[in-house]
Design a binder for this molecule. Structure first.
Ligand code: XMP
Length: 493
């Protein structure tokens, strides 16, 4: 030891760091009914959500199917990056095209086609009608299932022009959904071709599309009305960042297990310079890390080793208990008006709302959603119970499919040093019902603290410290549980 350096034993004067089970929200006087609590929040500088929930960028959690569903219900899906660029672009497009009011890739018919051909074409495409257009895309008519039913005595080899309705109702690009619906009701039709000023087809509005969109009144959409979506990009993947940005991703998530690394910070800054989407930097877990990205990040993501499938803390000896990590990062981020996302370790709705109380604006979850219908993968049965696969992105299997650079390792290493495990999680049914339990529980937490909105809750919430006896008291005890509560299991699965 050098003569003047601090004694090693000084290192043992360690600060305390807390996580979810160490704390509870202190109940406060309240005039808030939980159902009325407003859960809208900001997840990055330019993106707001209606519920403070994101799905993890993991290959057993978020692909377009789950991303579409979570955005329809007010949250945000973050697409994983264990896929090549083309596949990711396609996934982003899938989300952006879902619930589109004006369908752009319209199935069309030509006047000279036979009824048989058009019938087959519509069946294959799963549509029940098609605009009939000429070589210049001009709309000549519309043909639907009713036009070609046998009782109208149209032969299978007759031409479309003989069976189509040629007095076709069209609308311009500026038609509103309400106007389009009125047209459909008035003329007893189910679809309206959208045309330019020369009567050329540019799209199609359907009654089913408009009504479906009305169902999702809590959806989060961009300025053009498309569902919002996030995309994970590796810390040095500038090409993926550009491709995802061009494809319309609303937020790029720098996907790194330890973003407080000078090369990662530098690269993230470059990605921010080269793209127009918001850039969320993560993961970090300290004040110092937040300070080092505060000049360019549109959001920060917190979590060093809290995840259910993570082995980072045991493999590397490094990590930061999540409640303390969130609070430390939020201390700095709030001064720079940068939203904070708490990522990992959330088992219950109570954990999620504690994360917000500690300073997060939203939470990201993997295991909570991996067992839903919308997550990738099949349902498997083990010992009579249903499960879905869930694996860490730092597990051997996931790293073999790419993404080892999340752990700042080469993808082509012969022997990985994994920081995650492959697992199974109980099958849970629809994402919608999981979200209802999650957000309902969070709203009840807001009710106990007397806060009508997320910003008010963040200000008003206080913690009390829980002993291990207190923690035992918090869970069902001295009973045998006989029902399957939709929002509780003893191990949080
Ligand atoms: P939960 O607890 O919601 O955590 O299942 C999801 C988050 O865990 C992170 N993650 C990992 N962390 N090794 C890690 O140390 C891994 O293999 C791994 N895979 C995912 C990630 O931040 C995710 O959102």
């Amino acid at each position: 030891m050098a003569k003047d350096s601090e004694p090693f034993s000084e290192k043992l004067r360690v600060p305390e760091a807390l996580t979810f089970d160490d704390v509870l929200l202190r109940p406060k006087e309240s005039a808030i009914e939980p159902d009325e609590a407003d859960t809208s929040t900001r997840v990055s500088k330019n993106v707001r959500l209606n519920i403070p929930v994101l799905s993890a960028a993991m290959d057993t959690v978020t692909e377009s199917e789950l991303a579409i569903e979570i955005a329809r219900h007010g949250g945000l899906g973050v697409l994983h990056r264990n896929m090549d660029l083309d596949a990711m672009v396609e996934e982003i497009e899938q989300v952006k095209q879902a619930d589109e009011l004006i369908i752009r890739e319209v199935i069309t018919a030509e006047p000279g086609q036979t009824i048989r051909e058009v019938d087959r074409m519509m069946n294959e495409a799963g549509v029940s009608g098609a605009p009939v257009i000429d070589d210049d895309d001009e709309v000549l008519g519309i043909i639907s299932g009713t036009d070609i039913r046998p009782y109208l005595e149209v032969g299978e080899s007759d031409e479309v022009r003989e069976a189509m309705t040629d007095e076709v109702i069209t609308a311009g690009e500026d038609v509103t959904p309400r106007e389009a619906l009125e047209l459909m009701y008035e003329h007893k039709i189910e679809r309206v071709p959208i045309v330019d000023d020369q009567n050329r087809l540019t799209g199609l509005m359907t009654m089913a599309g408009i009504l479906q969109r009305r169902e999702y009144d809590n959806a989060v959409r961009d300025e053009s009305g498309h569902l919002r979506v996030g995309a994970a990009v590796g810390p040095f993947e500038t090409d993926r960042a550009q491709a995802a940005d061009e494809a319309g991703a609303d937020i790029l998530f720098i996907d790194c297990a330890h973003a407080h690394n000078s090369n990662v910070v530098e690269s993230a800054r470059e990605i921010k310079d080269q793209t127009s989407a918001d850039v969320v930097v993560g993961n970090i877990g300290t004040r110092e890390a937040a300070r080092d990205v505060a000049d360019f990040a549109d959001g920060v993501k917190v979590g060093i080793g809290p995840g259910s499938i993570c082995t980072t803390r045991v493999v590397t000896g490094a990590g930061m208990p999540q409640i303390t990590a969130i609070a430390q990062v939020a201390d700095v981020a709030s001064k720079h008006d940068i939203p904070v996302i708490a990522d990992g370790g959330i088992r219950y709705s109570g954990d999620a709302i504690k994360a917000i109380a500690a300073g997060a604006d939203a939470v990201m979850m993997g295991s909570y959603f991996a067992g839903t219908d919308e997550a990738p993968g099949r349902v498997i049965t083990m010992n009579g119970k249903k499960y879905k696969q869930y694996r860490g992105m730092g597990s051997v299997g996931a790293m073999q499919s790419g993404g080892g650079d999340r752990y700042l390792k080469d993808d082509d290493e012969e022997e990985f040093v994994p920081e995650g495990v492959e697992a199974a999680t109980p099958y849970k049914g629809t994402l919608e019902s999981e979200l209802r339990q999650l957000v309902g529980g969070m709203q009840s937490g807001m009710g106990y603290v007397g806060a009508e909105s997320i910003p008010v809750f963040k200000e008003r919430a206080e913690f009390v410290r829980v002993s291990s006896a207190g923690q035992q008291e918090s869970h069902p005890h001295d009973v045998v549980i006989t029902d399957e509560a939709p929002n509780y299991s003893p191990d949080g699965s």
